[in-house]
Design a protein around this ligand. Structure first.
Ligand SMILES: [Zn+2]
Length: 351
């Protein structure tokens, strides 16, 4: 591994990072190709510990969490709260597993309710495919990806029991912990019910997957689906800029100095993406699938065909999200093909 690549992955190393003020970062392993770890943040006081996010319900993550807490002088039974940023399995599922054994309480953003319902429908087989985003592939002009899905659906994702949290948290709720108050700020986009937990007094933000330092969060990759996910996301980024700047404590990646700095980069990234996608429509690519194949992906500028199946599904959905924003801005128009696929066209120039 190159030095740059090694540095880039340093945050995933299994150790506990002291961030001061009783806050510690504990990275837990993930069994995913792209993402190697998820950060859990422990907020400790003499009476116990509250955790931001929980990790994935796999043995390796549970062991690592146990070891991390032990180094801080706690056990799993000392966890009072899991303040989960969003419903994704790498953030939520270990909380559900541990709640069965210990009496910890789980909090989750109230707008994740729709995703909880859709997840259960997906598991029970009443909602069509068992991979999010799959049901919309035909509409996105990517019917040919559907036939490959059965392999992916057999491999997983792992369907833990999806159980409701103890508390559905509303936007703007102040959560009084023993050592600090966190404000839950609704930041839809990555998922519709995503929350960041902002501690204005200490100038830190537990950002979940809303703002990540190295990668751009996936948008609207959620069981309930959301046609306006990117519009919501861009608004959530603007909302984050309107809050006082804070240290960025992300769920994936290292802790960095400024939430605002990264938000500005993300806004610039999406502006560029919107321009590229607009260009692809001007060049005659009509469905989200066609547009996704016409542009480059990841930091490495990969071709669409070089992506794995899961990433291709994500990319088509992400392209669709950008097209929907372009449509909302009047830059493209949308029609439906006889097969039910979305067809985009450049909007006629205003005169
Ligand atoms: Zn995540």
């Amino acid at each position: 591994m190159s030095q740059a690549a090694a540095d880039r992955h340093a945050w995933t190393e299994p150790k506990v990072e002291d961030l001061g003020g009783g806050v510690h970062r504990i990275p837990l392993p993930l069994p995913l190709d792209g993402l190697k770890a998820v950060n859990i943040y422990a907020i400790a006081d003499p009476g116990g510990v509250d955790l931001i996010d929980a990790g994935m319900a796999i043995v390796a993550a549970r062991e690592r969490l146990t070891e991390g807490l032990r180094q801080l002088g706690y056990g799993l039974g000392d966890v009072r709260n899991f303040l989960v940023t969003h419903i994704h399995i790498d953030h939520y599922s270990l909380a559900v597993e541990l709640r069965r054994e210990f009496r910890s309480l789980i909090s989750l953003g109230e707008d994740e309710r729709a995703n909880m319902i859709a997840t259960r429908e997906m598991i029970n087989g009443t909602g069509g495919h068992r991979v999010f985003g799959a049901d919309s592939l035909r509409r996105l002009g990517a019917a040919e990806l559907i036939s490959s899905l059965s392999t992916l659906e057999r491999q997983g994702p792992m369907f833990a029991d999806w159980e409701d949290p103890d508390r559905w948290v509303a936007d703007g709720t102040d959560l009084d912990l023993r050592t600090r108050t966190l404000r839950a700020v609704h930041t839809p986009g990555h998922t519709r019910g995503h929350l960041v937990y902002h501690d204005a007094a200490s100038e830190i933000m537990f950002a979940g997957d809303h703002v990540l330092p190295h990668i751009t969060p996936s948008i609207g990759f959620e069981p309930a689906g959301n046609r306006m996910a990117l519009r919501d996301y861009l608004r959530s980024l603007a909302r984050t800029l309107a809050l006082p700047d804070a240290r960025l404590l992300p769920a994936h990646g290292p802790v960095t100095g400024s939430t605002h700095e990264r938000v500005n980069e993300l806004l610039a990234h999406h502006d560029l993406r919107l321009a590229e996608i607009h260009q692809a429509v001007l060049a005659g690519h009509a469905t989200p699938f066609e547009v996704a194949r016409a542009i480059r992906w990841t930091r490495r500028q990969c071709l669409f065909t070089d992506l794995d199946l899961f990433s291709r599904i994500m990319s088509v959905n992400e392209t669709a999200a950008h097209l929907e924003v372009l449509q909302a801005r009047g830059q493209v128009t949308r029609q439906t093909s006889p097969e039910g696929a979305d067809l985009y066209q450049a909007a006629p120039l205003a005169n």
